[in-house]
Design a protein around this ligand. Structure first.
Ligand code: GLY
Length: 265
């Protein structure tokens, strides 16, 4: 990595997460920053942050995932970078870090794998499994906490990553915004966006792509965040983190643990 490259990392624990858990998002951000400093690809650094949040247990992802109404756990995850790399999994069951599976998908001939096929793919790739009794499960309902996410800038490159256990008590097979490109996340040459909250509402707004288009128009992330939050009803949980060449910002219409850090490397 050349001298003087700007590194920016934002991590969040999901719309509705307790701001007191910002120690967890800070640690995830630090791990991402160390990965960037060691020269890892930016998308892998974003995925490292999300894997750390999946392992935290206080957020609705990985071992903290909500349960479906049949007591199963189905998880969605995705990652993207500004070079056009994208990968996602949906309704994945029995694996510790869905974001790692999404990253491997991004390196395959496919963009998204779901359900049984995603499980088979993860097993074939030797991904670490997770038994049902290892799931801690966060909160009692959807309002408690949502998707975890990360956006990263490394000089002129951008990346983002998301992971979620979805809505508590939803029917098996329900999938929200997380694996849908341009809905939960988007990264391009001008910046990166990660959304969190009501997955159906986020998807119907094509939220991340439209937020990214505001970046392309030159809007400051500090203005983009309230603009995008205003697209949602106050009663619809929604949060967002944004980074661009101009700056970075995060915000939510309920509560959210989130942190940001920047440095020159
Ligand atoms: N935002 C995550 C979901 O609705 O599944």
């Amino acid at each position: 990595m050349e001298e003087g490259k700007k590194l920016v990392v934002l991590t969040h624990g999901g719309a509705g997460s307790d701001p007191a858990f910002a120690d967890g998002t800070a640690i995830a951000g630090q791990i991402c920053m160390m990965s960037l400093q060691s020269g890892e690809p930016i998308i892998d650094s974003a995925c490292q942050a999300v894997a750390t949040l999946e392992d935290d247990g206080r957020f609705n992802a990985g071992i903290g995932s909500h349960k479906r109404n049949d007591d199963t756990v189905q998880m969605d995850a995705s990652c993207m970078d500004s070079s056009g790399t994208f990968g996602a999994v949906a309704a994945l069951e029995g694996f510790k870090n869905p974001i790692h599976v999404a990253r491997i998908v991004s390196q395959s001939e496919y963009k998204m794998l779901v359900g049984r096929g995603a499980n088979q793919f993860a097993a074939n790739q030797g991904c670490q499994t997770l038994s049902p009794n290892q799931i801690i499960g966060t909160g009692a309902d959807f309002s408690t906490t949502d998707t975890v996410g990360c956006v990263v800038r490394a000089g002129d490159q951008f990346a983002c990553a998301l992971s979620t256990g979805g809505i508590d008590d939803a029917i098996p097979g329900r999938v929200g915004d997380v694996p849908l490109i341009g809905c939960g996340l988007y990264a391009g040459p001008d910046g990166a966006v990660a959304a969190t909250g009501d997955g159906e509402a986020i998807a119907m707004q094509v939220t991340a792509l439209r937020a990214y288009q505001l970046i392309e128009q030159g809007m400051d992330p500090k203005a983009i965040v309230p603009t995008v939050i205003a697209w949602f009803k106050e009663t619809t949980a929604f949060g967002i983190i944004v980074v661009s060449k101009i700056g970075f910002a995060g915000g939510v219409n309920c509560s959210m643990a989130w942190t940001a850090s920047e440095m020159l490397h």
